[in-house]
Ligand binder design. Structure first.
Ligand SMILES: [Zn+2]
Length: 110
């Protein structure tokens, strides 16, 4: 079931890259936003999990493309100028997923 918190999380996956493009890449807003929105593509690894969507599950460290060892690769992509936008999209994606994990952990302890 999709909870309001999960729907908000999915909204942030779109809103944050668009906001970053609007603030830092104003001259090339559309192409920059689209490149960063490509970070959503790593959620394709959800297709290999059962259930595919579980709002209570932490993606980071669970799904293959959300593995801890890949995070430095995404950061490196964000540092290298030619892959910066795609890397930023991936880093933003991981940060949003990790903050959702922290939020889940906090609300579970209430
Ligand atoms: Zn994800």
């Amino acid at each position: 079931m999709i909870t309001p918190a999960f729907a908000f999380h999915m909204f942030l996956h779109v809103a944050v890259p668009v906001l970053v493009a609007a603030i830092f890449y104003r001259k090339h807003f559309s192409s920059s936003a689209l490149n960063m929105l490509g970070g959503i593509v790593i959620d394709i690894d959800h297709l290999f999990a059962t259930p595919i969507l579980d709002p209570g599950r932490c993606s980071v460290g669970f799904h293959l493309l959300h593995s801890y060892w890949l995070i430095p690769v995404y950061v490196a992509l964000a540092i290298y100028p030619r892959s910066r936008l795609a890397g930023l999209g991936l880093v933003i994606h991981i940060i949003l997923d990790a903050s959702a994990c922290n939020w889940q952990a906090l609300s579970a302890n209430w």
